[in-house]
Design a protein around this ligand. Structure first.
Ligand code: LLP
Length: 420
């Protein structure tokens, strides 16, 4: 396994000092399990590389918004990157501060803008001219000035999956590079906006540094133009996107990545500006696994299926992106392995978690789906009226339930039938 927080002791998978088998026994399956130590180490890799530099880390809440996870980061002084007022509420409930929070997203509503302004977020990453107008209006109605940076689309190829590549001309995100200077001028002219920075986010699961440096070069080229137009750009937000190892990917080390980007900005003559990072996946992805139990083994003519109790509603990434997650036994068996498609009980052929996996398993065995800490629980749904999984945080020898398993009756508690 790529993260030592999850390791085998005498053939039994452990999360830090706790047996995954005992967690499944105590809390049931499917079960998300996070390691506080893995979260802490990933955050430190960013924070230590930023120490002594003008650079700050904003945890992308969308990757994992469990309050306990956010709180682990908040206690270490993290900032946050949000994309909804719901995420803002989670940040505040998890001990984070609005003044350390940036608000991203292509479609903020007026109500969300109002809530964020009242809370006092650090910056709005604005993605279009209509959004600038809307924010200016909301700020005016509150008698405030909204701090803004424009998310500029640098049109660089992040060399990742098309669904999670966001910095190309063809994507819905950001202001086109060729329009950015004029858009900044418009923002500057709006009385209730305060232009403070520039922002980009080129994609996710990026395993090379060069696309970031290309994006930074383009942003800095713009910064020079914008400043010659009379605005001052205090910060450069390079977005998130650094990849992790799911299988055999070799992303750069976090510290090397941060240092390379900061050095590049400094040697380009922009060292006076503050640099923001917005990592999600690289902080939480390998800090979590999803535990599931094998219900049935179903041999087929072409394929063998291991039908497990987790499904695409619990972990959508394989179905959505054909994403690969390593699948390992919780208790190793000394038996011959066979090839299985690991699939869930949902009524869709797309409901698979892993294909063609060599596993020595029997019904009732537990499996761990690895690297599930990012875009796992947060993307889960109640499809097929399946209650969402419980979440556990392990801290050394202790395990704490940080989200209760949903109950079926909760799922339709807000519904009603016609009176006649
Ligand atoms: N900042 C912004 C503005 C973003 O849109 C994102 C992710 C991040 C930061 C964090 O990126 P990260 O460091 O996690 O790559 N559901 C997909 C990933 C979608 C990412 C969307 N934006 C998946 O499961 O692969």
């Amino acid at each position: 396994m790529s993260d030592s927080a999850f390791h085998y002791v005498d053939g039994v998978l452990h999360a830090e000092g706790v047996s995954a088998a005992s967690l499944a026994e105590q809390f049931g399956t499917p079960l998300y399990v996070y390691s506080r130590d893995a979260l802490t180490r990933a955050y430190h890799a960013y924070a230590d590389a930023c120490a002594g530099r003008r650079a700050t880390v904003h945890v992308a809440v969308k990757a994992n918004s469990n309050l306990a996870v956010l709180n682990v980061f908040a206690r270490m002084g993290a900032g946050f990157d949000i994309v909804s007022s719901g995420e803002l509420a989670r940040v505040l409930a998890g001990g984070g501060k609005a003044e350390n929070t940036v608000f991203s997203g292509v479609g903020k509503s007026a109500a969300e803008m109002r809530e964020a302004l009242e809370a006092g977020v650090k910056c709005f990453n604005v993605e279009s001219i209509p959004e600038l107008h809307a924010l200016n209006e909301v700020a005016k109605s509150l008698g405030k000035k909204a701090p803004v940076s424009l998310r500029v689309n640098p049109d660089v190829d992040a060399k990742t999956h098309p669904y999670i590549s966001t910095g190309l001309k063809s994507n819905k995100f950001g202001v086109a590079f060729s329009d950015a200077r004029a858009t900044y001028a418009q923002a500057h002219a709006m009385p209730n906006l305060d232009v403070v920075g520039i922002d980009c986010h080129i994609g996710s699961q990026i395993t090379e540094i060069s696309p970031y440096l290309d994006a930074v070069d383009k942003l800095l080229e713009l910064v020079a133009q914008i400043e010659s137009d009379g605005m001052s750009i205090r910060h450069v937000d390079v977005g998130g996107g650094l990849g992790i190892t799911y299988d055999d990917e070799t992303p750069p080390d976090i510290g090397v990545f941060v240092k390379t980007v900061l050095d590049h900005i400094e040697t380009s003559g922009h060292g006076q500006r503050e640099v923001y990072f917005e990592p999600g996946r690289s902080l939480v992805g390998n800090a979590g696994v999803l535990l599931t139990r094998v219900e049935f083994l179903k041999p087929g003519e072409e394929k063998n299926f291991a039908i497990v109790d987790a499904a695409m509603n619990d972990l959508a990434r394989p179905a959505m992106y054909e994403a690969f997650h390593r699948i390992v036994p919780v208790v190793k068996r000394d038996a011959k392995a066979h090839k299985y498609d690991v699939v869930g009980p949902v009524c869709e052929s797309g409901d698979w978690l892993g294909r063609d996996r060599e596993l020595a398993v029997e019904p009732g065995d537990l499996l761990a789906i690895c690297s599930a800490g990012a875009y796992g629980f947060v993307m889960s749904s109640n499809y097929n009226t399946r209650p969402r999984a419980a979440e556990i945080m392990v801290d050394g020898e202790r395990a704490r339930l940080v989200r209760e398993r949903e109950e079926v009756k909760q799922l339709f508690a807000g519904e009603s039938i016609l009176p006649d």
